[in-house]
Design a protein around this ligand. Structure first.
Ligand code: TYD
Length: 207
């Protein structure tokens, strides 16, 4: 159906997603592809309003299932309004987070398990999946120190270490998916970017 490719970038807080997304974007543009950058939760006007609710520290009573359903409500809109039309026009779409974050944060962190996430994935996305997923991986304490240094904590960043340990474990538990590439993000920025470069070059070559 589509000319473009769908790439998602994932990881726990503080893994350096922003810097590395910029790198992925420039590598893909160098291959002559048009790129659309987007993010979750959000990416549409409706989705950004849902995001505000999800990240709001005042939302202390939100249940894990409500949180999961809101993630997928925003995603349903994002996929139909932005992602699929862009792919159909030949754009390569890069999303800062996608469904693997729901497996990690709601399935793992909030302990809902993979079952309900899989059910919603099938309901909302049907067969639609990313073509390539980069999971930036760093130990939780390093990530949290980096993340909290940057900005004021949102509702997720207020969670404690054991929550993020479950998030990280749930990301890594999905490593056998063929579209999944786990990148060791603990080393120097040069080392991390060299590894990402190899993955993206190989993907562009084979696409
Ligand atoms: P964001 O500010 O984008 O965090 P980061 O800079 O770490 O990417 O906020 C998004 C938050 O939403 C982040 O803590 C992860 C969380 N999230 C989920 O819990 N489930 C999801 O399905 C998605 C897409 C994000």
């Amino acid at each position: 159906m589509s000319g473009g490719k769908f790439i998602t970038i994932e990881g726990v807080e503080g893994v350096g997603k922003s810097t590395n997304i910029a790198l992925v974007e420039s590598l893909i543009r160098n291959h002559g592809h048009e790129v659309l950058l987007t993010r979750e939760p959000g990416g549409t006007a409706t989705g950004e309003r849902i995001r505000d609710i999800l990240l709001d520290k005042e939302e202390q009573r939100m249940t894990a299932m409500t949180e999961l359903l809101l993630m997928f409500a925003a995603r349903a809109q994002h996929v139909e309004e932005i992602i699929k039309p862009a792919l159909a026009k030949g754009f390569w779409v890069i999303s800062d987070r996608f469904t693997d974050s729901s497996f990690a944060y709601q399935g793992g962190g909030r302990e809902l398990g993979a079952g309900p996430v899989e059910q919603l994935e099938n309901l909302v996305l049907s067969e639609f999946r990313p073509d390539l997923t980069l999971v930036l991986d760093v130990d939780v304490m390093t990530g949290l120190e980096r993340a909290t240094a940057e900005t004021e904590a949102d509702r997720f960043e207020m969670e404690h270490r054991d929550f993020f340990e479950r998030v990280r474990a749930a990301f890594l538990a999905r490593a056998s998916l063929s579209r999944y590439r786990v990148i060791d993000a603990a080393g120097s920025i040069e080392m991390v970017q060299a590894e990402i470069g190899k993955v993206i070059e190989a993907f562009c070559r084979d696409s």
